[in-house]
Design a protein around this ligand. Structure first.
Ligand SMILES: *Cc1c(COP(=O)(O)O)cnc(C)c1O
Length: 422
């Protein structure tokens, strides 16, 4: 199947990559190929498919909503699906206000703009932003600027604003100097906070795109204490970690921290529809209420609070609420397989957090361009398993519905494939 003459695929180099695999349907953890073969989707279709593909209750909720009201402008209007979703998310997150957008990058942009303008509205300008080394917050300009510089941002680097950058003391099983690196990172953060800071943004517990780099809850509590002591805001980018991925509904809960702003997307609608949400504290919201028009948050997207997205999100949340054990107990399912993999001589730095498991292949650099990941991907595809390593970092992030047999198949394909890599 050749490249389509009219499509342009994301983060894909046509001159180097194999042609895309065509799929015709998807059910549960399985993608059905045009040629009749099937694949286990071990990465939840780029981390979005939460319960499983074509989950019936979410599909039904969308169909029902589509026959009642598909979309309405959200500036002069409101509606029940948006109100219900905001109420439920507030109860779960401790953040009272929900601002809608369309994807993870815009959810981050909104958090950034709220944090920045909040201080301005108080006539207390704080002009520094702090982010972590290895951070990824999305592909729009503000989100790129907050993210660490990489091959993804390089062409645009001259256009990106500066942020203070602090080390991220990521860890893995058997890491014995993590406490030293955490102390150094906290020291660097404290030094950076000497400059008046609007906000510190972080991916709670796990940095995704830079290689599934996990930190301990203790570190995040240390970060929170320092940020509070200096009066800055905390933005939690839970675009990947939200909705049970780390074993708690939100990673911040598992870490034991309370952010001021939280960016959500990916799993928000169970992976059915593109929707972003930024949760903000009531105190931030109140900071925009004024007779002065300039204190308004002048930001809005055409599809703000799309009723279909809200209906999907409500149905997805209901599934999580009905069966929290499904995400709370997932980590144990990974652990048993990871222990086997950890004994392979080619494997290092094994780590796991809730539904997300990762390890590194010893060969070569940790660069995104390291080809070993692609080699392993090819071997797994031959076994009916779809993974998408980040350079030499191999990870699994399956939908919650994946069966024990399917999960074993994934690990077996990986374990058999590793010794075959050049
Ligand atoms: C995927 C991701 C984003 C960007 O979300 P998009 O929907 O792809 O724009 C932002 N932050 C994190 C942590 C992500 O994993």
């Amino acid at each position: 199947m050749p490249w389509h003459p009219h499509l342009w695929h994301p983060t894909t180099q046509v001159a180097l990559h194999p042609e895309p695999l065509r799929v015709s349907s998807a059910k549960g953890a399985v993608l059905q190929r045009d040629d009749g073969s099937s694949l286990i989707d071990a990465i939840s279709s780029w981390w979005v498919t939460l319960h499983g593909h074509s989950e019936p209750s979410i599909a039904a909720a969308i169909a029902k909503q589509a026959q009642v009201m598909e979309q309405v402008i959200f500036a002069n209007f409101s509606h029940s699906p948006a109100e219900q979703l905001a109420t439920r998310l507030a109860a779960h997150s401790g953040l009272e206000r929900l601002f809608f957008s369309d994807n993870g990058s815009t959810a981050v942009e909104v958090a950034l703009k709220i944090a920045w303008q909040f201080w301005r509205n108080q006539n207390n300008e704080r002009r520094q932003l702090i982010a972590f080394e290895g951070a990824y917050h999305g592909d729009t300009f503000g989100a790129m600027a907050l993210g660490d510089r990489s091959i993804f941002t390089e062409p645009y680097d001259p256009l990106l604003f500066d942020v203070a950058r602090v080390p991220w003391p990521h860890t893995h099983w058997g890491d014995d100097d993590v406490e030293t690196r955490e102390a150094e990172a906290l020291k660097a953060l404290e030094a950076a906070l000497a400059i008046p800071t609007a906000a510190v943004i972080l991916e709670p517990l796990i940095q995704g795109a830079s290689g599934m780099r996990m930190v301990r809850p203790e570190f995040l509590r240390g970060v929170e204490a320092l940020v509070r002591a200096h009066g800055a805001l905390i933005i939690a980018d839970e675009v990947m970690t939200g909705f049970g991925r780390t074993g708690a509904l939100f990673a911040c809960q598992r870490a034991g921290i309370q952010p001021d702003l939280m960016a959500l997307s990916k799993g928000l609608t169970g992976g059915f529809l593109p929707m972003g949400g930024t949760l903000a504290s009531e105190a931030l919201y109140q900071g925009f209420i004024s007779e002065e028009p300039l204190k308004t948050f002048f930001h809005g997207h055409s599809f703000t609070a799309n009723p279909l997205g809200c209906a999907a999100a409500l149905a997805s949340l209901a599934l999580l609420e009905q069966n929290p054990k499904r995400f709370e107990d997932f980590e144990a399912r990974h652990t048993q397989h990871l222990q086997t993999l950890a004994s392979l001589p080619q494997v290092k730095d094994v780590r796991c957090q809730g539904t997300m498991a990762a390890f590194e292949l010893k060969c070569g650099s940790t660069s995104y361009l390291n080809p070993v990941g692609r080699q392993l991907q090819k071997l797994c595809l031959q076994r009916g398993v779809y993974i998408r390593p980040l350079g030499n970092v191999v990870y699994l992030l399956p939908p919650l519905c994946i069966s024990d047999d399917q999960l074993s198949n994934c690990y077996r394909a990986i374990g058999d494939g590793i010794p075959q890599i050049a």
